[in-house]
Unconditional design. Sequence first.
Length: 59
Amino acid sequence: MYVCVCNAVTDRDIKKAANDGVSTFQHLRQELNVATCCGRCETCAKNILEDAHAKAGIA
Ligand code: FES
């Protein structure tokens, strides 16, 4: 599903970035441009990043 409509970023994109070593939301923003326009996706994107880290056993 699309998490960031402004920049066409999906939950799969965020999970892949987490698995590729993106550890902070700031880094995720730099990599995918998520939450750089209207910002409405920020909370959802953060939650998906945290979930991906939890599932991968990354703190
Ligand atoms: S939906 Fe992500 S910046 Fe607008």
